[in-house]
Write a protein that binds this ligand. Structure first.
Ligand SMILES: Nc1ncnc2c1ncn2[C@@H]1O[C@H](COP(=O)(O)OP(=O)(O)OP(=O)(O)O)[C@@H](O)[C@H]1O
Length: 336
C-alpha cells in the first residue's frame, strides 16, 4: 500500500542508512544516503574498494549469499526493496530496474545470438509473440546504434567488438524501458574513444526513454561528461554530494580535491593534493573520526575524534568535513 510519504515523493530512488557487511565482519558500506530524481544521471565516484558496487548490488538485491544488508530506507518508486520477496524482486529486475556491468562478455550468453538474448529479456517480462519480440529487439539494437542491426541480430557475442558488446548489453538492459538503469563501470574496459561514444549513447537514451541512471565510476573525467548529480564515496561512506556544477566549480572535501588532482586539468587545490600518501583504511581497521583524516593534509584534532556528518555547504551541496569550506585551510597549507 502506498503511504502518503511515497505518493508525494518526487524521488525515483531513496536510500538512507544503507549498510552492507559480510558474515560477522564490519560494515563495508557504512551508512550511505543517496537519492535520485526520475530521468537524472547520478554518478557514484570513488576509488576501488569504496563500496560503490556493493551499493549498486544492494539495490538489485544481488549481493553474495553471505552478505548482510540493512537500511533505514531502500525505496525505488513506491516499492520498498528491502521488503520484497525474491520472486517479486526477480520480476522487477530487468523490467523497471536494470543493470549493466563492466565486462559484457561475462554477462552475455556466448552460445546465443544477440537477437535471441534481447528477445529473451523482453519475453521474460512482456507477453509478446516471437515475431513481435524480435521486431522490438531489432528496434532496440538500432537505437543503440549497432550498424547493420538486422544482420547483427544473428551474430554471437564473440563476433562483436567490446564496444558493440557493451551496446548490446545496454539494449538488453533497456528493452523493457526501465525507470532506472544501474551502470557499474560500463566503460572501464573500453578505449577512450569508444568510452565517449558509450557515454553519449547512455545520455541519448536517457533523454529519449526518460530512464534515470545510477552510474558507477572511479573517474572524474567520466563524471564530467555524463553526470547531473555526483556522490563521492570514500571508505564506505558518501563524503560529498551535489550537482555536477556545484562539485566541479566548488569541490570541498579534501578527498574530492584529490580526485580532481588526477584529472588532466586539475585546479590549483587539486595540484596541491596530487599525491596523497597512505591507503584507504581497511574495513576492520577504520580510524575513530573522519576516515580520510590519516591522509588529509588539512586534518585537525576534531577530525581524528568524531566522524563529520554530511552537512549542507550550500543548498543541494553536502559535505562531510569538519573543515569545509576549505579555502582558508587550503590557503594556509599552500607554500607562500
Ligand atoms: N563477497 C565478499 N566477501 C567479503 N568482502 C567483500 C565481498 N565482496 C566485496 N567485498 C569487500 O567490499 C569492498 C568494497 O567492494 P565494492 O566492489 O563495492 O567496491 P567498489 O568501490 O565498487 O570498487 P571496485 O571499483 O573495485 O569495484 C571490497 O574491497 C572488498 O573488501
Amino acid at each position: 500500500m502506498m503511504t502518503s510519504e511515497t505518493r508525494d515523493d518526487p524521488e525515483l530512488l531513496r536510500i538512507s542508512g544503507l549498510r552492507v557487511g559480510f558474515g560477522d565482519g564490519p560494515d563495508i558500506v557504512d551508512g550511505v544516503d543517496l537519492s535520485l530524481a526520475p530521468g537524472k544521471i547520478l554518478c557514484l565516484v570513488g576509488e576501488s574498494g569504496s563500496g560503490k558496487s556493493l551499493t549498486a548490488l544492494s539495490l538489485m538485491k544481488l549481493l553474495p549469499p553471505n552478505a548482510r544488508l540493512t537500511a533505514k530506507r531502500l525505496q525505488f518508486q513506491a516499492t520498498d526493496i528491502l521488503a520484497l520477496s525474491e520472486e517479486r524482486m526477480a520480476a522487477l529486475r530487468g523490467d523497471r530496474l536494470a543493470m549493466v556491468f563492466q565486462e559484457p562478455m561475462t554477462s552475455l550468453n556466448p552460445v546465443m545470438t544477440v537477437g535471441e538474448q534481447i528477445v529473451e529479456a523482453l519475453r521474460q517480462h512482456r507477453t509478446l509473440s516471437r515475431a513481435e519480440a524480435r521486431e522490438a529487439a531489432l528496434e532496440m539494437l538500432k537505437r543503440v546504434h549497432i550498424p547493420a542491426a538486422d544482420q547483427r541480430m544473428d551474430a554471437y557475442p564473440h563476433q562483436l567488438s567490446g564496444g558493440m558488446r557493451q551496446r548490446v548489453m545496454i539494449a538488453i538492459a533497456l528493452v523493457c524501458r526501465p525507470a532506472l538503469l544501474i551502470a557499474d563501470e560500463p566503460t572501464t574496459a573500453l578505449d577512450v574513444t569508444i568510452e565517449s561514444q558509450i557515454l553519449a549513447l547512455i545520455d541519448e537514451l536517457r533523454s529519449e526513454l526518460g530512464t534515470a541512471v545510477l552510474f558507477i565510476t572511479h573517474s572524474l573525467a567520466v563524471v564530467a561528461e555524463i553526470a547531473d548529480e555526483i556522490a563521492v564515496m570514500y571508505a564506505g561512506r558518501v563524503v560529498e554530494r551535489g550537482s555536477r556544477d556545484a562539485i566541479f566549480s566548488d569541490p570541498q572535501h579534501p578527498y574530492t580535491l584529490s580526485l580532481f588532482a588526477a584529472m588532466p586539468r586539475a585546479n590549483d587545490f587539486g595540484r596541491q593534493l596530487a599525491s596523497i600518501d597512505g591507503q584507504v583504511p581497511s574495513p576492520g581497521d577504520m580510524p575513530e573520526g573522519c576516515r580520510f583524516a590519516p591522509r588529509c593534509p588539512f586534518a585537525v584534532d576534531c577530525c581524528r575524534e568524531a566522524y563529520p556528518p554530511l552537512l549542507p555547504a550550500e543548498p543541494g551541496h553536502d559535505v562531510a568535513c569538519w573543515r569545509a569550506p576549505l579555502e582558508e585551510a587550503v590557503a594556509k597549507a599552500l607554500p607562500a
